[in-house]
Design a protein around this ligand. Sequence first.
Ligand SMILES: [Cu+2]
Length: 311
Amino acid sequence: MKMTSLIRGFLFGIVSLMAATVGFAQDALDGLEAIGKPTLGATGFQTAATELARDGQWLDGMVHWIMAIVTVFVTLLLIWVVIRYNQRANKEASRFTHHTMVEIAWTILPIIILIVIGSFSLPILFKQIEIPESDITIKVTGNQWYWTYEYPESGVAYDSFMIGAGEPGLTEGVIAELESYGYEASDYLLAADTAIVVPVGAVVRVQILASDVNHSFAVPAFGIKMDAIVGRLNETWFKVGADPRDVEAGTDADENYIGVYYGQCSELCGKNHSYMPIVVKVVSQENYEKWLAGAIEEYAGIPASTTVASN
Ligand SMILES: [Cu+2]
């Protein structure tokens, strides 16, 4: 009997130690406001916080206009045919089999439309994979069913689990845990115990891998969604901040994008696919450095002052 309580005490100690470890750098939301977050009942996009998201949303608008024009044109054409060529108005049906000019027109016109769309969409697609000189590299690994985040330059690596993972649902215990991290009950399914932390305005290179089955790393407000494929390293990037033109005009500033952004695994990866949210905290450079120093200490990383010998 004594042995059992000893083991129980030992296990309890380990669990509390783990809880304390997780509690650290991630102390919650630090009062950060949610910027990239789904809104109940809303339609449309989340706030575009990166150039990629702004480009993608602009392209979406442009393609919608083209679709609207094509739809209106085809509808009007149909109405005209129904009125002008119905049996009453057009007693004798014509017997011709083809019309060369019309056939050329309906071949050329869609080609032109597709070239116009492609000439705008391809550069935007390429921009997602052509990574500018980066300030930080983050390695993201998808696992069943949690994420592992790694800052290779600092030797920091940690896992990120959904708050309430493994619980039967939004129980009182889960609500209490959410609150202890600074979340509300409505953040259930979006909140995770640890987050990716990046400074505002920094170019972040994201390397995406999977350890077991395929996952997908997606943060809508950043305009990124990249598959995590077993045996393959995919890359994308993001830089959170205001549009440089708005900064120049004085109507927006990078600081307005300091906040929390949410994403989710976007590739069906098993029974808990919907329970692996992504939390990205965008903070000031100063707070980032503070966080990183703490994370290096916590996760046994490489101190910033260490110079790595090179030859
Ligand atoms: Cu997944």
